[in-house]
Design a protein around this ligand. Structure first.
Ligand code: ADP
Length: 540
């Protein structure tokens, strides 16, 4: 081979900011903030304030390679840290405030972070855990001077810090393979594990997410991420928006129906995204208040399986297209996106909808997928039927967890996702379960995700969770736990009657119980808690 003769320009996160400030400088950013009025500025303003934040952090002693932790909602100040911290060569650890205290402490100590920047909401949490944080030497509250509180940790005020700094900066030319964001998995099994995103991974992921086969933004879009900035960088939306020059709307932590509607309609949101629970609430709110979602065109939903009924309601009632995505913290997080193709369109609209609504998404360039038959160890065919362990590989898939001394991929670079899925001839992937959630009944597998997906379509049902619980004869049988919408009287008989024509008989849950369904720190049904709570239920 002979060397190519093109420039070796590194793919850097600061490049995205500089580009947006130059090419779309006047495009607006609107943000709610804790306790403060709506904040409005633009990409040029974001670039200026990110520069100020980088200078301020440098003045606090933060240097290239150091870790800085944020404990913050989807706000403009958090967005500024998304650019300032990696821009200067440091690493932003986005702590997940929904984890238990001891897990938050674990992640901050494990990251060896030196500065903790937090929204005012989290002052009590920070005061509670400060004594256990072994490496933090500076606390900064992300608030304005009027609302600032130093608290027991003597927090500095973000606005005071940055006001004293110049609003221009020459971002350093870094190694594109250097660390930029440190995101921890939720640790539902064992300690949370750190995934260290490189600049290169984040930038390539943003390019891919912007394509028409994925989010497909144009400069006319108005994008509101309701996925959390602290969870896998809100699916890269804060980068894709800047690449494409969309208006950006940040909802802070206000995810109730009325607050979402105010921004969706008031700001002309055309594209939003988040985990299914948010949209269950929002759709119920729209119906109760007899309202429509303004000019909203597309909603990207992932993190857990999208109930078919949700995608159908969005389309049929409001003309909104649902894009299901699958991914994980370990994949930056985008893996597949469910977008239409000509081959599916040939099947007709109903069949295409059906295909798209019942699959997680299709292959995107940059993420290779394969399914391995766990019994034979062979690669499964792309036949839509053979299920097995889902493996991934590509430039934005992790190789090794932070501070571990061994890679977590096989000799060919494949990472085992822990999901069980199929792949079909259209390049679509369908998840049937997570390995640890699979229900084994008399040696046969029952897909908890498929069952939940059907059950949640039953009128009055808000959340449907299926777990395998020990059974004296069949080893394990499915138990269906239902949380009904407020004021709805759903009965076991009604649910079983609804399920009967829609599932194979031997999948019928052995019992249907009604209870609040617990969620994990990343908004997924907490099956571990459910299994523990109901483990004796079918043992007689
Ligand atoms: P956590 O820390 O909760 O594991 P992740 O976001 O990393 O957070 O979780 C990734 C997992 O979420 C995937 O491995 C998969 O099991 C599940 N998941 C993500 N998107 C979907 C989806 N569209 N359908 C079903 N499961 C999904």
């Amino acid at each position: 081979m002979i060397p190519g003769l093109m420039q070796d320009a590194p793919l850097l996160i600061s490049g995205i900011l500089t580009f947006a400030a130059t090419a779309h400088g006047g495009r607006e950013i609107v943000s709610r903030a804790v306790d403060e009025p709506l904040w409005r500025y633009d990409y040029a303003g974001l670039a200026r304030r990110s520069a100020q934040a980088a200078h301020a952090l440098a003045a606090l002693g933060v240097a290239s390679g150091d870790r800085v932790t944020s404990l913050a909602w989807n706000t403009q100040r958090h967005l500024e840290l998304f650019y300032a911290v990696p821009g200067m060569g440091a690493v932003l650890h986005t702590a997940n405030p929904r984890l238990f205290d001891e897990q938050i402490v674990y992640t901050i100590n494990h990251a060896e972070s030196e500065v903790l920047l937090f929204d005012k909401t989290f002052l009590p949490l920070v005061e509670r855990i400060a004594g256990q944080l072994t490496t933090i030497n500076t606390y900064v509250m992300l608030a304005d001077e009027e609302r600032h509180e130093a608290g027991a940790v003597g927090a500095l005020c973000y606005e005071t810090l940055i006001a004293a700094q110049p609003d221009a900066i020459a971002w350093p030319r870094l190694d594109e393979n250097g660390g930029a964001f440190l995101c921890y998995t939720s640790g539902t099994t064992g300690d949370p594990k750190g995934v260290l995103y490189s600049h290169r991974a984040v930038v390539l992921h943003a390019y891919a997410a912007g394509l028409n086969s994925a989010f497909g933004f144009t400069a006319f879009d108005v994008v509101m991420p309701c996925s959390s900035l602290y969870h896998a960088t809100a699916w890269g939306l804060p980068f894709v928006a800047l690449l494409c020059g969309t208006k950006l709307v940040l909802p802070c932590d206000k995810m109730d129906g009325a607050s979402l509607q105010e921004l969706i309609v008031g700001e002309g949101v055309t594209f939003t995204g988040g985990v299914p629970t948010i949209w269950t609430m929002y759709l119920a709110w729209l119906e109760q208040h007899d309202q429509t979602p303004g000019v909203l065109k597309r909603v990207v939903i992932g993190g857990s399986a999208v109930p078919r009924a949700m995608a159908q309601t969005f389309k049929r009632e409001y003309g909104v297209q649902v894009l299901q995505i699958w991914g994980m913290t370990e994949t930056c997080p985008l893996g597949v996106v469910a977008t239409p193709t000509p081959a599916l369109a040939e099947l007709g609209e109903a069949a295409m909808d059906e295909a798209i609504w019942t699959r997680q998404g299709r292959l995107q360039f940059g993420i290779e997928l394969k399914v391995v038959d766990e019994e034979t160890g062979e690669d499964a065919p792309f036949d839509g039927e053979t299920s097995g362990a889902l493996m991934v590989r590509g430039p934005w898939v992790l190789k090794r967890y932070f501070r571990q001394d061994q890679d977590c991929v096989d000799a060919d670079g494949w990472f085992d996702t822990g999901d069980i899925s199929t792949l079909d001839q259209y390049g679509f992937m369908r998840i049937t379960d997570r390995k640890k959630d699979v229900i084994k009944s008399g040696g046969e597998w029952i897909s908890s995700i498929d069952l939940e997906n059907v059950a949640v379509g039953c009128p009055g049902v808000k959340v449907a969770a299926v777990v395998g619980v020990p059974h004296p004869k069949w080893e394990e049988r499915p138990l269906l736990v239902i949380e009904a919408h407020e004021g709805e009287a759903v009965t076991k008989e009604a649910v079983l009657e609804y399920l009967a024509p829609r599932i194979v008989k031997w999948w019928t849950p052995d019992d249907v119980v009604f209870a609040a369904v617990p969620l994990t720190a990343t908004g997924k049904i907490d099956k571990k808690v459910l299994r523990e709570a109901w483990k004796g239920h079918l043992m007689g």
